[in-house]
Each structure stands twice: as C-alpha cells, then as structure tokens.
Ligand binder design. Structure first.
Ligand SMILES: [Zn+2]
Length: 303
C-alpha cells in the first residue's frame, strides 16, 4: 500500500556527510529509476493508450524491490492475453451458485452481483464503469526487524489476518488475507471512501475519473532492509509474496468484477499505475502473474 520516504527527517540533523551519501546513492540508482516511465495516458478518455490487452502488458510490468519496474511484457500469461477487455461469457447465475456452494458471500467479494461497478465521468460527460483492476499489497503489518512469523500464511489468529481492522481504513474496495478470506470495505459500486487508491487517481483522474479504478489489497507484511539509508524503510517482503489462497480469491474477485461489468477489466499493479509520479508506491511485491493467471484459468474451466 505505502512506501516510506527514502529520506527520514531525523537524518537531516546528521549533517553533510549523510546528505552527500544520499545524493551519491540517488545518483547511482538514477538510471534504474529512469526506467520507471508511466504508461502513455490519454487525458480525453482518462485511459492509457492502446487496446486493453496492450495496456495490461504495460501495467503488469515486473515490479522489483523498491518499485523498480522491468520491461513491458511481450504477452500476458494465458488466459489473460485472451480475455482482457473482451466480453465476459460467464453467467451470473453460475457464479452465484459457485459462491453459494462454497459459502462465499457476495458481500465478501465486492458486493451484490446485481449491481454495476462504480462509474467515472469522462471529460465529455459520458459515464463509464470501472475498467482498471488495481492490485496492491498492504505492506502491513510492519515488522521492522522481526522475522516473518512461521505460520502467518495459515494462522487465522495472526494479527495481519484480522480483516476487520480495515473497516476503519477504507482505502481500497476489498482486502484479502493470507488464508484467502476477503472483506469488502467499499462495494465495487462506489469509489474508495478514504483517499484515492493511487497517486495517479489523485493527480490525473481526480474526482470525476476516480471511479475508473477498483482497488484490491492483498495482506503482505514487510520488514526493513537494514543497509538502506532510511532506517524506517519497509523494503523487504516475504518470498513467496502471496499464498495460493490469495491468488485464488483475487481471481474470484476479478471474475466478480468482470461479470458485473460484462467486460474483463484491465489488471494493473499499483506500482505501474503510479510510475513516474514522485514517491510512487512499490506494491505489490513478489507478485507472480503466472499464479494469478493459473487460478483464473481453473475458474474459467469451472464455469
Ligand atoms: Zn498500493
């Protein structure tokens, strides 16, 4: 969700030597950061340039430590390459039956399947439903120098798996814990009630366009990188980054959003959406796109 600032205020009192160190550090990594170009954006449509699948290839660029983005993908893993932007053929009744059979409430996967998604108002006055499915990690709990707990992927009692805390922090639509359980804190039919979801929405989409993005937060604890000049950094994420159950629930959420819209949304990483913006976030870390695609493939076989 968040990336702590590289330079912490308490360091400024330590004077010239540290400032110089940070300057040299930034100079050394500048060529890397300069790769973090934003995907091309059209301010008239409030969308990125290209067909939905082309946009997704840019918005799902590999995301490395610190939010350093890799090259645009040549092709999305199957079935994403085939479905993104296309008509959803899954019937609402079939999805509803699956949810009931598996004791998953519609309320936990973004809200009623009968509702549309939230809407954005285009500069020309036209209204369109959300089209970007933005994937985040919470970067919390922040463990500082504690190791990742041995059983945090399976222990419902671990503090990070308590989803109710997010009811007071409605900064996304849905949160998914390590066990693959989810809570909806903002129905997919409305925009996030706290903040903007992304700096891109804050700076470019603004109030009228904010509804173009749905936000899914995957619970992921963070630790600090001891050698980083910022003592409060949260650069270290677990490996693997997410559990099988989280990918499965994420795929189900993607399907629920698609069924409601009638079109497969454009999946995107928060880091790539905000690329090029100052203090852009670094999440989701260690996300394996192939695993997400595999879960989606399994669901598509089922419906
Ligand atoms: Zn985020």
């Amino acid at each position: 969700m968040k990336k702590l600032p590289i330079v912490d205020s308490q360091w400024s009192v330590n004077g010239y030597r540290i400032s110089l160190f940070i300057w040299v550090f930034l100079w050394l990594i500048f060529p890397v950061f300069s790769q973090n170009k934003s995907c091309e954006f059209n301010s008239k449509t409030l969308q990125f340039i290209g067909k939905p699948v082309e946009q997704a290839r840019c918005l799902l660029r590999p995301n490395k430590i610190g939010g350093i983005l890799g090259e645009q993908l040549g092709k999305l893993p199957f079935p994403l390459e085939k479905v993104v932007g296309k008509k959803v053929k899954i019937k609402k009744g079939d999805l509803r039956r699956y949810l009931q059979k598996n004791n998953i409430s519609e309320n936990s996967v973004g809200g009623s399947l009968d509702e549309t998604l939230c809407k954005a108002k285009m500069p020309g006055g036209e209204e369109i439903e959300a089209f970007y499915f933005v994937i985040h990690d919470t970067s919390s709990p922040y463990l500082k120098d504690e190791t990742f707990p041995a059983n945090f992927d399976t222990d419902a009692g671990w503090k990070g798996n308590d989803l109710n805390i997010w009811l007071k922090q409605p900064v996304a639509h849905v949160f998914v814990n390590r066990l693959g359980k989810s809570i909806t804190v903002n129905d997919f039919n409305k925009t996030v009630t706290k903040g903007w979801g992304t700096k891109f929405a804050r700076d470019f989409l603004k109030v009228d366009g904010k509804g173009l993005q749905l936000h899914i937060e995957l619970i992921q604890p963070r630790r600090r990188e001891i050698n980083n000049p910022n003592p409060a950094n949260d650069l270290i994420a677990p490996v693997p980054g997410f559990t099988e159950n989280q990918y499965e629930r994420l795929a189900l959420l993607y399907i629920a959003a698609g069924v409601r819209r009638g079109t497969w949304l454009i999946p995107a990483y928060h880091s790539a959406i905000d690329a090029g913006i100052k203090d852009a976030h670094d999440d989701p870390q260690n996300f394996e796109l192939d695993k997400f695609a595999e879960k989606l493939k399994r669901f598509l076989k089922l419906f």
